[in-house]
Design a protein around this ligand. Structure first.
Ligand code: PMP
Length: 450
């Protein structure tokens, strides 16, 4: 079926008869299935419900469709790839687009991060990065370095590695003992000192010094790596305080600890640069990415590694596998084709620079909501916004859920709600008029749920 034909399908074709079999991820299934929020197609800045109703995408899907939806060059590239090479193993064989995409991503990365290990999601990227960090310490004769350090309120996907270093209690508590030997830095969020800051708060670099305390508690020779998001996304948009990431870098250097930036959200333009590492002028040893690499069109993730890390693995006998890790779908041909087309589109439309340019307009628009009833804080950096709402009748989460429903069903836009925090993270192609529309509608939602 052609794309045009898909677009012309009627509502009746698109509404499923039965919603039961699909156990939806990270969703209140029973509430959803009583009043589903169905999406059947998308174009540029909009989703469309099966009845054709347009829904302005305020969240770039799940922080991933940075170039907007169903962009022709990406669609075309995927279509061509599917007709040419459906699948190729990248264990012991290779296909050209995988090498091309890896070089293209390395070109965008901070100097020194020159090698790319591909996987299929952010969660896999995190587990891959943690495993590379541990294996690297082994390879260089530092095998006692097995401890990993994450952060409270960090989100690093849902693999066992990711939930172990992550700091979101509901994502952890039902799943047993998790990885041993994990410590957590404190969150960098302190509302009393940071409320309604645009960009990086001036207060909070000292939270990095907690790493010194953890190092002191154990011994530096037992610690492999620290992983943080340069901007904590999933727990409500928490930008790194000024100087914080540099301080982490300095402490890691002092003790031979690897620094991993989880850039699954911040990679590919969200903060106005290819990677947040560039915005902050701090170069980690490993970077995880996913989402924006294909603008969400085909699942893909990966890890960028410093040459010195990669090269440390390349010293044994030549015919022996260097790293016992990989996924059947690592560097899938469709994902690689989508990735190359996506990077071309980002470059052609200069979308990262555009995000940088409109950041002040975006930040002003978002901050205009601060006088609305029950707005406790607003944070914004790049093209992101986190808006904390006071819970309704003392019941956490109710207001956030109502906001989500009202936005979708009554006002025609998509927002994310985590508890009573709303997150807005539109595609980087959003026009100034659409920023106005999105923020005006968000204001209505806030008022309607007060
Ligand atoms: N790391 C970060 C920082 C993320 O934001 C996410 C997803 N939002 C992940 C990892 C996990 O990615 P995925 O859902 O693709 O597994």
């Amino acid at each position: 079926m052609s794309l045009d034909e898909v677009m012309e399908r009627t509502a009746a074709d698109l509404v499923p008869n039965d919603l039961e079999a699909f156990w939806m991820p990270f969703t209140a299934n029973r509430a959803f299935k009583k009043r589903p929020r169905l999406i059947s197609r998308a174009k540029d800045m909009h989703y469309f419900a099966p009845d054709g109703r347009a829904v302005l995408d305020g969240t770039a899907g799940l922080w991933c469709t940075n170039a907007g939806h169903n962009r022709a060059p990406i669609v075309e590239a995927i279509r061509n790839a599917a007709t040419e090479l459906d699948f190729a193993p990248t264990f012991q064989y290779g296909h050209p687009t995988a090498f091309t995409l890896a070089s293209r991503i390395a070109d965008l990365a901070p100097a020194g991060l020159d090698h790319v290990f591909f996987c299929n999601s952010g969660s896999e990227a995190v587990d891959t990065a943690l495993k590379i960090a541990l294996a690297y310490q082994n390879v260089i004769g530092q095998g006692a370095r097995t401890r990993l350090i994450g952060r409270e309120r960090g989100y690093h996907g849902v693999g066992f590695g990711g939930i172990s270093v992550g700091g979101i209690v509901p994502n952890r508590r039902a799943f047993g003992t998790l990885l041993a030997g994990v410590d957590h830095l404190p969150t960098t969020y302190d509302r009393a000192h940071q409320a309604f800051t645009k960009g990086e708060p001036a207060y909070g670099a000292h939270f990095a010094d907690e790493l010194e305390r953890i190092v002191g508690l154990h011994d530096p020779s037992t610690i492999a790596a620290v992983i943080v998001e340069p901007m904590a996304g999933s727990t409500g948009v928490i930008p790194a305080p000024q100087g914080y990431l540099q301080r982490l870098r300095d402490i890691c250097d002092k003790y031979g600890i690897l620094l991993i930036f989880d850039e699954v959200i911040t990679g590919f333009g969200r903060l106005g640069h290819a990677f947040a590492a560039e915005r902050y002028g701090v170069t980690p040893d490993l970077i995880t990415f996913a989402k924006g690499v294909t603008s969400g069109a085909v699942p893909m993730g990966g890890v960028l590694a410093r040459s010195s890390i990669h090269d440390a693995f390349m010293r044994g006998p030549e015919h022996v596998i260097e790293l016992f890790h990989g996924y059947t779908y690592s560097a899938h041909p469709l994902a690689c084709a989508a990735g190359i087309a996506t990077l071309d589109l980002y470059a052609k439309e200069d979308l990262f620079a555009r995000a940088r340019k409109i950041e002040p307009i975006w930040a002003d628009a978002v901050m205009s909501l601060r006088e609305q009833p029950g707005v406790l804080d607003i944070r914004t950096v790049g093209l992101t916004a986190g808006i904390d709402l006071a819970p309704k009748d003392g019941k956490p989460g109710v207001r956030g859920y109502q906001a989500l429903e009202t936005a979708f069903h009554d006002l025609g836009f998509m927002v994310r709600a985590t508890g009573d925090t709303l997150a807005l993270t539109p595609p980087l192609i959003i026009s100034e008029d659409q920023i106005g529309e999105l923020i005006e509608k968000t204001g209505k939602v806030i008022a309607a749920t007060a």
